[in-house]
Ligand binder design. Structure first.
Ligand code: ARG
Length: 671
C-alpha cells in the first residue's frame, strides 16, 4: 500500500470543500521528520490559509474536522502555525502488516493503467573496450526497467549499440595496416582491442601535437588576462566607493582567471603526455611518422563501410560478433539482459527515409552542402546529412524513433544516456512533434560522470580509460577480503568452503559496484572508491546484504527452536491479527518502514531515481538493526510476541531481498 497517496487522496477530498485547486495542496504530505509528533505531517494549511485569507490554525482545524481518516490514523493533531500531525493507528498497522505477510508482492500493488515504455540503455560503442562510464547507463537502465516492470508497466528494453560508427573505421584501418590475420583469427578480442588502441593512440598523438601550438597561445592569453584581472581586483580592493560585494566579485573573477591558467596547463600536460608516450617508444614513433593522415583515413574507412564497400563490409561482419562477445561477457557478469539489441547498423537503410520525411515537411535547409534542420530555441541547427552524404548520430536516432513508433507503438521512451548528450536529446526530441510523433513521451534520463580517487574523470596514468572488467575483478577481490576474512570465517558454522566464499564475493563485489552507482542521484558525479563500496558499515549493498543474511540466520534459529522445517510457511499460515501486535517502539518503527516499500518504489519511478530505492533499503536495514538490538526474537514464550517478531523479521528479509532485486543485486542466505 502507498500510504502517502492514500493520505493525499483523503486530504484532497477535505481540501476540495474549501477550494477548487485542491490538488495544489493535497500533496503536501510527508513522512514526519520526528516521530515524536506522529508518522506523517501535512503542511497544506499554511499556504491554503494564505489563499483563503484565513488564519492557518483555523484552516488546519477545519481540515482536521472534515478528514475521515479514522480507520488509518488516531485523531489528527494541529501543531505550531498549522501543521497537521498524523499518527497511524495500531490496529491499522497490524492489519496491513498481516496483509503484507500473506501477499507474495509484499503489499505492492500494480498500477491501474500500465504504459508501454521502451527503455534505451547501456548502448556502448562496441569495438572499443567498455569502460567504467558504461556501467552507469547499464545499471541505471536495468534498475529502471525492473522497477517499472514490477509495478505492471509493459517494458521493452533495447540496447541501441553503437555498432556502425567511427570505431569500426578505426579497427578496419588498424587491421589493414598493423593487423596479423592469423593472430586475429586465433585471439580476436584482445587483438582487435589492441588494434583499436594502437590506431586510436596514433590519432590522438597527431591531434595532441597539432593542438600544442594553439594551447601555448591560449596559455599566454590566459596569463595576460589573469594579470589584468588581478590588477582590477587590486584596484577594486583599494576603491572606497565600491561595496564589499563588488570587491568580492572582482576577487572572484581574478581567482577564476588564475584557475583558467591551471586548466590550460592541464590540457598542455595531457597533450604533452600523449606525444611523449609515442615519441619515447621507437615502434610507436615510427608508426606515427608513417601514418600522418590516420584520422582522415579512418573517416574514409568508415564512409566506405557505410557505402557498402565489399572489403570493409566483410571485415565488419567478421569483427562484429567478436565485439559483441566482449560486451556480452560483461553483461553476463552483471546479470543484465535485453529484449532487443538493435544497434545503429540496423537503421542504416532507413536513414534516407528520415531525410525524405523532413524534406517533404519542408523542414530542411541546405547549408554549405549539408542538410540541416533549423529549430526555434536553438542557436545551431541539427545536421542530418553531411556534405559528403554521411548521416549522423541524430539521423539514426530519428530513424530509430520512427521504427519504434511503427513496431512497438510506445507511450513513453526513456533514454538513459550521459548528461553530456543533453543538447542532442533536446534537439532530437523537438523534432518528434513536427514528424508526427508527439504522442510519445520522450525522456532523457541523464547521468553524471564517474570520478577517480582524485576527483577527475576516471583514467589511468597513460590517459586511457580503465577497463570495466578489471574494476569488477577488483571489487570482487575487495569484497572477499571484507566478507571472507579469517576472523569472520572462524565464526561460520558449518564452515564456508572456497566455492561458497567465491560465490559470496562475486555477489557482494558486483552488488557493491552497482549499488555505489545507484545510491547516488544519477545526475551527480561520484567517486569510484572500491574500499568504501564494499564496506560492511554505511550506505552500501554489503550492509543491506548483511542485514538480509541476519534475518535468515534468525529465522533458521527460530525454526529450530519451534521445530518447523519451513518457518516462512509457519509464519504466513499462523500469524493473524489476533496474534500480531506491535508493542515496542522498535517494532512499530520497523513495521512502518516495511509499509513504505510501495511508496519508495513509486518515488523511484516518478523521479527515475533508483537512489530513492537504495535510500529506502538503507533506512529499513538501519531500522531493522535497532529492532534487532531492542527485541529478542529467540526464546519468546508469549505467542503474540513470537508471531509478531518472526513476522517482522520475515517481512524485513522479503522487502530487502525484493528491493535489492529491483536494483538487480543479489543476496546470500549467510555471510
Ligand atoms: N552509443 C552512444 C554513446 O556511447 C549512446 C547511445 C544512446 N542511445 C541513443 N538512442 N542515442 O554515446
Amino acid at each position: 500500500m502507498n500510504l502517502s497517496t492514500t493520505l493525499r487522496d483523503h486530504f484532497f477530498s477535505a481540501i476540495s470543500k474549501l477550494t477548487e485547486d485542491a490538488d495544489q495542496y493535497a500533496g503536501m504530505i510527508r513522512p514526519a521528520a520526528d516521530t515524536k509528533f506522529g508518522d506523517y505531517q501535512s503542511n497544506a494549511a499554511m499556504p491554503l490559509a494564505k489563499r483563503l485569507g484565513k488564519p492557518p490554525r483555523d484552516v488546519a482545524t477545519t481540515l482536521v474536522d472534515s478528514l475521515s481518516l479514522d480507520e488509518i490514523c488516531e485523531a489528527p493533531d494541529v501543531a505550531g502555525p498549522g501543521f497537521i500531525n498524523l499518527k497511524l493507528r495500531g490496529s491499522f498497522l497490524n492489519q496491513t502488516l498481516c496483509e503484507m505477510l500473506g501477499d507474495e508482492r509484499v503489499g505492492v500493488r500494480k498500477v491501474e493503467q500500465p504504459s508501454k515504455i521502451i527503455i534505451d540503455y547501456s548502448s556502448p560503442n562496441v569495438a572499443k573496450p567498455m569502460h567504467v562510464g558504461h556501467i552507469r547507463s547499464t545499471v541505471i537502465g536495468d534498475a529502471l526497467s525492473r522497477l517499472h516492470r514490477f509495478v505492471g508497466h509493459d517494458v521493452i528494453t533495447d540496447n541501441h549499440l553503437g555498432d556502425w560508427g567511427t570505431q569500426f573505421g578505426i579497427i578496419i584501418y588498424g587491421y589493414k595496416h598493423f593487423g596479423d590475420p592469423d593472430k586475429v583469427a586465433a585471439n580476436p578480442v584482445p587483438e582487435l582491442s589492441s588494434l583499436y588502441r594502437l590506431t586510436n593512440q596514433l590519432i590522438e598523438y597527431h591531434k595532441a601535437k597539432a593542438s600544442l601550438a594553439g594551447l601555448d597561445a591560449k596559455l599566454d592569453e590566459a596569463k595576460t588576462n589573469a594579470e589584468a584581472e588581478a590588477k582590477l581586483a587590486e584596484q577594486a580592493a583599494a576603491n572606497e566607493k565600491l561595496s564589499a560585494k563588488e570587491k568580492k566579485k572582482a576577487r572572484k573573477s581574478a581567482d577564476s582567471a588564475v584557475r583558467r591558467i591551471d586548466s590550460v596547463k592541464a590540457d598542455i600536460e595531457s597533450a604533452q603526455a600523449k606525444v611523449a608516450a609515442v615519441d619515447s617508444d621507437p615502434v610507436l614513433a615510427k608508426a606515427a611518422s608513417e601514418h600522418p593522415g590516420v584520422a582522415e583515413a579512418v573517416l574514409r574507412e568508415t564512409a566506405k563501410l557505410h557505402e557498402g564497400d565489399a572489403e570493409n563490409r566483410a571485415l565488419w561482419e567478421k569483427f562484429l560478433p567478436h565485439c559483441k562477445d566482449e560486451i556480452n561477457r560483461i553483461y553476463d557478469r552483471l546479470g543484465v539482459t535485453f529484449d532487443h539489441v538493435l544497434g545503429e547498423s540496423f537503421y542504416h537503410d532507413r536513414l534516407p527515409v528520415v531525410v525524405e520525411t523532413l524534406d517533404k515537411l519542408g523542414l530542411t535547409t541546405k547549408s554549405d552542402g549539408a542538410v540541416c534542420v533549423f529549430m526555434d530555441g536553438f542557436d545551431s541547427p541539427m545536421i542530418i546529412q553531411k556534405r559528403d552524404g554521411a548521416y549522423l548520430y541524430a539521423t539514426t536516432d530519428l530513424a530509430t524513433l520512427q521504427y519504434r513508433q511503427e513496431i512497438f507503438g510506445p507511450d513513453e521512451i526513456l533514454y538513459v544516456v550521459d548528461s553530456r548528450q543533453s543538447e542532442h536529446f533536446e534537439k532530437f526530441f523537438s523534432m518528434a512533434g513536427p514528424m508526427g510523433m508527439d504522442g510519445i513521451k520522450l525522456v532523457h534520463v541523464n547521468f553524471g560522470t564517474v570520478l577517480g580517487a582524485d576527483g577527475r574523470p576516471m583514467k589511468t596514468r597513460s590517459g586511457s580509460l580503465i577497463g570495466l572488467e578489471s574494476l569488477l575483478d577488483e571489487a570482487v577481490a575487495a569484497a572477499k577480503e571484507v566478507v571472507c576474512n579469517p576472523e569472520r570465517l572462524a565464526t561460520m558454522d558449518p564452515p564456508m568452503d572456497e566455492a561458497e566464499q567465491n560465490h559470496i564475493a562475486e555477489i557482494v563485489g558486483i552488488g557493491a559496484i552497482k549499488y555505489a552507482d545507484l545510491s547516488h542521484h544519477r545526475t551527480s558525479d561520484y567517486r569510484f572508491d572500491v574500499k568504501k563500496m564494499v564496506a560492511l558499515e554505511g550506505n552500501t549493498a554489503t550492509y543491506i546484504q548483511y542485514s538480509y543474511a541476519r534475518t535468515q540466520s534468525i529465522l533458521r534459529r527460530v525454526a529450530k527452536e519451534i521445530q518447523t522445517d519451513d518457518i516462512a510457511k509457519w509464519a504466513v499460515d499462523t500469524t493473524n491479527t489476533e496474534n500480531f501486535e506491535l508493542r515496542e517502539d522498535a517494532e512499530r518503527a520497523l513495521a512502518i518502514s516495511l509499509l513504505r516499500f510501495e511508496e519508495a518504489i513509486a518515488g523511484a519511478i516518478t523521479g527515475q531515481a533508483p537512489n530513492q530505492m537504495s535510500d529506502y533499503l538503507y533506512e529499513t536495514a538501519k531500522t531493522y538493526s535497532t529492532f534487532n538490538e531492542a527485541c529478542r526474537v529467540l526464546g519468546n514464550t508469549d505467542p503474540v510476541v513470537l508471531h509478531t517478531r518472526v513476522a517482522l523479521v520475515l517481512l524485513t528479509g522479503r522487502v530487502l531481498k525484493q528491493g535489492l532485486e529491483l536494483l538487480n543485486i543479489g543476496v546470500i542466505d549467510r555471510m
